[in-house]
Structure formats: C-alpha cells, structure tokens
Design a protein around this ligand. Structure first.
Ligand code: PLP
Length: 347
C-alpha cells in the first residue's frame, strides 16, 4: 500500500473541544461540513458526539449520511436549495437555515414540526441573510409556521481580526435586532469564540478550532500530520535540474529524495520550495510540486533512507503560518486532502 497518510490526533482534537468549552458557556454546534474539514465526518462525529449540542453541514447528502450516526440536531447551513429537499428535512428531522425569500415562500405544507429553522440576518457580511429592515417581517412569517423551534443567527465577516471595528458593529446590530425575542441566538464561529465574548449568545458554531487549524495562542493544538515514506533516492551533480521544466537546479552535488504525494493528494501546488521534516531535521522541496510526487533536496545527508517518513506538516506545525507560504489558509489545506490519502486516527 502507498505509504501516504494523514494522521489525526484525536486527543488533541478532544483538547480543542475542551478549550472551546472552557472559553464559553454557550452550547456547541460542531461545524462538520466538508467531511469535517477533511478529517472524516463519521470518525469526528463519533469522537465528539457526546460533547456537542448539534452538528452543522452544507449539503443534504452530508446531513443524510450523518443522520445514520447521530440523533442530535443537524443543521443544513445554507438551507435547502431545492424545494423537494424539504421532504428529506422532514423525513430525517433536519434543521435548516432560511436566508432568502424564495426559501421562505417555497416552504411547503409538509410537517416540519421536528425541525428547527434558523433565520439568518445579514448584519454586514452581505452574503447570506435578510437585511435588518426585513427581519421582523420574515420573523413573523416563520413564527406562524409549525416548527419545533426558531433560532436567530448571523455570521461575522472578520472574526479572526480582533481589531477590526466592523466586528463590534455586527455584534451590536445582531444584539439590538434580536434582544426582545425569546428565541435562541447564534453568531460566533471559531474566531468570535476567542476574540469576542459578546458574540457568544446561546449557541456557538466552531469549525477550524476543533480541527486544529488556527488559534494556537488560545491553547488549540494541531490535530493533523501529513506524511509520506521515501520511495526514491538519487545522487545528482551541481548544475543538474530536477523535475518539470527544469525549474530547480542543484547549486552543489546533492541527494534527491522522492515521496509519493502531490497536489492530487491535496498538498498545495507551488513552484517554490517548501519546508518538510525528516527524522526531526528540516529540508526543502526541490522543483515544482507534481500531481503524484514531491522531490526533496537532502543536500549531503546520507543518513536518510528509503522508507523514512517525510512530514509535509506535523503536530508541531502552525498550519496558519505554513499555509501562508502557499497564499492559502489552513481551512483550504485541510479540506483539500483527497480521498486517496489514508487516514489514521491516533487515540
Ligand atoms: C463554516 C462556518 C462556521 C465555522 O467557521 P470556523 O471559522 O471554521 O469556526 C460557522 N458558521 C457558519 C455559518 C459557517 O459557514
């Protein structure tokens, strides 16, 4: 079997949930969309189910799959996209967001009394949700329906930027609009959990913090290690080029190692060299990242053997800083890990 794997450290993941819980008294809705940010929705659901109030996904298919694993509430974060989906919402007791008039107006007469609707207000992100001046009217329309519960929600545009004044504007607007209602309220993603206690309200919606992609300064631990075993070693001479387009040229005689992982596995494409770690030592990739292979400059280090593990990133990597080397974000690095990478879970 190809030795390319994503290790997932479940005790670090549990630590992250504990850190979140110690930061807020709100209930936790674990955002488990995009296959739990690439970590596998089934495994992650099993690990954290007892710690959370509910789960959030994007697609109806994700929700139906998750329903086989848990009886807890499952929210479809962008609501239904086809009117026919309301039948599945009903049959599987799913919760759904209403962010647009068409979703509200097309709500059928099917019995949704086992579902919670989450009414989304646009408080400044200008993406999904009703304008503040539309809110009361849409609230009235929804409260008349026979739903299990109506929850009020919004989303912050720049929660990871503590100093951005637009955060407090959004929080105040949401708070003022909703303060006279008994409904539960939800505004905070991971960034808002750590940066804006005023934004916690009744239910918080962490994603990336659970999966160890950000907020390490608050006690979040990395959860993933992406690694691959060396399958090729060769000596090359100063002036020899390596890989596509001969873009990388050895400045002195060196050893090149190859590992069976590439951008089709989710490692970010780059034509620049990136850092990897082998047996605790740092080395640089040599040449362009290929679809299925990465080459590494071992310089003169002959202690490294076929079969040694190369860590592309590890449990000591700050994935946010690392992702910036690729003009990317930790969210993308995690969600890009492809299905052909084996996932191994460490207790
Ligand atoms: C993805 C998402 C979240 C989770 O965001 P993180 O930054 O990963 O914590 C929360 N709320 C909504 C509406 C989302 O789409």
């Amino acid at each position: 079997m190809r030795k390319t794997e994503l290790q997932i450290n479940l005790s670090n993941l549990e630590n992250n949930l504990k850190v979140i819980k110690s930061t807020t008294s709100a209930e936790i809705q674990a955002v488990i969309k995009a296959n739990a940010y690439g970590l596998d929705i089934n495994e992650i659901c099993e690990t954290i189910e007892n710690e959370v109030e509910s789960f959030a996904v994007i697609t109806v298919d994700e929700a139906l799959n998750l329903r086989k694993k848990t009886k807890k509430p499952i929210l479809i974060l962008q609501g239904v996209h086809e009117i026919a989906d309301y039948d599945k919402v009903k049959d599987f007791n799913l919760d759904f967001v209403i962010h647009s008039d068409w979703q509200l107006d097309s709500m059928p007469e099917v019995d949704l009394s086992n579902s919670r609707a989450w009414l989304k207000i646009n408080t400044g992100m200008n993406r999904l949700g009703f304008h503040p001046e539309e809110f009361i009217n849409r609230y009235q329309k929804l409260i008349d329906k026979n739903l299990k519960e109506l929850i009020l929600m919004s989303h912050l545009a720049s929660s990871s930027e503590k100093s951005d004044p637009r955060n407090m504007e959004q929080i105040k607007l949401f708070s003022n609009l909703t303060e006279n209602f008994d409904n539960k309220r939800s505004l905070a993603n991971s960034g808002a959990i750590f940066n804006f206690y005023e934004a916690h309200f009744d239910i918080v919606r962490p994603g990336i913090a659970i999966y160890g992609g950000k907020y390490f300064e608050h006690g979040i631990k990395p959860v993933t290690c992406l690694r691959s075993k060396i399958t090729m070693l060769k000596n090359i001479k100063a002036g020899d080029s390596v890989g596509y387009d001969g873009s990388w040229i050895a400045s002195s005689d060196c050893i090149i190692a190859g590992i069976p992982i590439g951008y089709a596995d989710g490692y970010p494409y780059s034509s620049k060299s990136a850092e990897v770690s082998i047996n605790g030592k740092k080395f640089k990739t040599a040449g362009k990242i290929n679809m299925d292979l990465i080459t590494i400059n071992l310089e003169q280090d002959s202690s490294i053997k076929i079969g040694d593990w190369v860590e592309l990133w590890g449990f000591d990597t700050n994935l946010t800083s690392f992702s910036q080397e690729f003009n990317s974000i930790s969210y993308q690095l995690l969600t890009n890990i492809s299905g052909r990478v084996n996932k191994n879970y460490l207790e």
